[in-house]
Ligand binder design. Structure first.
Ligand code: ZN
Length: 129
């Protein structure tokens, strides 16, 4: 799934990519690419049509919206003030950020963003031990 996020980030360069992750109980079980409504290198918003379609898919599969991912093409994998503002409306999912700042070494990190405070969350890759 992380490989898929990195692949999506690379395909959408120079713009930021975004997508949704379904799951539950701390497990990610499905990945859904979405369009960046802004098609911008500096910011993202999950396209409203994709948001509706994908959240419906996730719920009908008995999953919850576990995460939202997007890419940073030039900056580190850490939430920007814009990201924190966006998360204020939606505090429950984890926020995954894929940085392509070093193209040879993409980085994906995950954060919980609630009430304006940012906490990094460790990702455990299942089946990779
Ligand atoms: Zn961002």
């Amino acid at each position: 799934m992380l490989d898929e996020i990195v692949a999506h980030a690379r395909e959408d360069e120079p713009n930021e990519c975004c997508g949704l992750i379904g799951g539950g109980n701390g497990h990610a079980t499905s990945l859904h690419r979405a369009r960046n409504e802004f098609a911008s290198p500096l910011r993202y918003n999950v396209h409203p049509q994709d948001l509706l379609r994908i959240t419906t898919e996730i719920e009908s599969a008995g999953e919850e919206l576990a995460g939202i991912y997007h890419s940073h093409t030039r900056s580190e994998a850490y939430p920007s003030q814009t990201d924190v503002n966006l998360a204020a409306n939606w505090p429950d999912p984890l926020y995954l950020i894929c940085s392509l700042a070093d193209p040879a070494d993409p980085v994906v990190r995950a954060f919980s963003i609630r009430g304006g405070s940012i906490d990094e969350v460790d990702l455990e890759i299942e089946g990779a031990r």
